[in-house]
Design a protein around this ligand. Structure first.
Ligand code: NAP
Length: 288
């Protein structure tokens, strides 16, 4: 039976440290870290994500400014707002909640955000920095996952990590972070043959697929550490509930440690957004 990695507790602990740092920055340097959160349209899931992020900012003493734009916002109008925020020295982080409505090109939006203020870590310049091992802004979900892995396992060097999924926001940056830790990294995706056999070799298994209960118990090497990034809504017994990409109950019998859904990677993603915002504020103030 594996131990459950409590992402919520881990996130609370990280946020406690950040809260102390935020008050120290204000007292010693008159620096108030600030993030601008931009939400375009009425997507219900995005509204929940933004609300949770803003609430965390309030808990930590980080200033947050919400910009809520209508569904019919043009790309030009959104780019103009980003330009304004890029030039506002009181704003240290800019987050545009994805997805944006279809008339807006999300690549153009991500490219417009100043890399120094790109707290999501999605700008090509930050992706390039991660690729060459000169990390600046690192995407929040893989960063939070790595922190939990290091806490659980200590040195990751030499471990075989299998990452399921190759998206730009989770799979690829996760693989790069694990490679930086000297793991042997395998990335599998929808065209990979014999996924089960590859997963069975993993000391560390990260699932970022977006398919409920995709990873079965017999895919997991006994003693492996499993990070479940997936968030899937399913109907069960007439009720709607959130589950991950891993068959939690069955895999718990095999793995040495596993993150639950909810309460695993999700809370750490928001905590790492706070972490990146504080880091961005310090960098822009020349404090690191
Ligand atoms: P994505 O962009 O849809 O990528 C999914 C990846 O899974 C793709 O690389 C895809 O392969 C691969 N895949 C799909 N079906 C597969 C199959 N049958 N076999 C093997 N690989 C398969 O999703 P994402 O943005 O990375 O997110 C993944 C999951 O994590 C989603 O459930 C999302 O909601 C969740 N998520 C959670 C957080 C959090 O804070 N906890 C943050 C971000 C995302 P191809 O590239 O070949 O298509």
């Amino acid at each position: 039976m594996s131990s459950v990695i409590d992402g919520k507790q881990f996130a609370d602990d990280l946020c406690e440290k950040l809260k102390a740092e935020v008050s120290e920055l204000e007292a010693q340097h008159q620096l108030l870290p600030c993030i601008a959160v931009v939400l375009v349209g009425e997507d219900p899931a995005s509204q929940v994500y933004v609300r949770n992020k803003v609430r965390r900012c309030e808990q930590l003493g980080i200033r947050s400014i919400e910009h809520r734009l209508g569904d019919d916002t043009t790309e030009e109008a959104l780019l103009a707002l980003i330009d304004e925020l890029n030039n506002d020295s009181a704003v240290h982080g800019i987050l545009v909640q994805l997805p944006v409505p279809e008339q807006i090109n999300d690549k153009a939006v991500l490219a417009a955000i100043s890399p120094a203020k790109d707290v999501d870590g999605f700008h090509v310049e930050n992706v390039g920095a991660l690729t060459v091992g000169e990390n600046q802004m690192v995407p929040c979900t893989p960063l939070g996952s790595l922190m939990m892995l290091q806490d659980r396992l200590g040195d990751l060097s030499g471990k075989h990590a299998v990452v399921i999924g190759r998206s730009n926001i989770v799979g690829k940056p996760m693989a790069l972070l694990l490679l930086q830790q000297s793991c042997t990294v395998t990335i599998v995706h929808s065209r990979t043959k014999n996924i089960e056999a590859l997963c069975q070799q993993a000391d560390i298994l990260v699932a970022a697929v977006g398919r409920p209960h995709f990873v079965k118990a017999d895919w997991v090497k006994p003693g492996a550490v499993v990070i479940d990034v997936g968030i899937n809504r399913i109907e069960q017994d007439g009720k709607s509930r959130l589950v991950g990409d891993v068959d939690f109950d069955a895999v718990s019998e095999v793995a040495s440690a596993i993150t639950p859904v909810p309460g695993g990677v999700g809370p750490m993603t928001i905590a790492c957004l706070m972490y990146n915002t504080v880091a961005a504020a310090k960098m822009q103030q020349g404090l690191v």
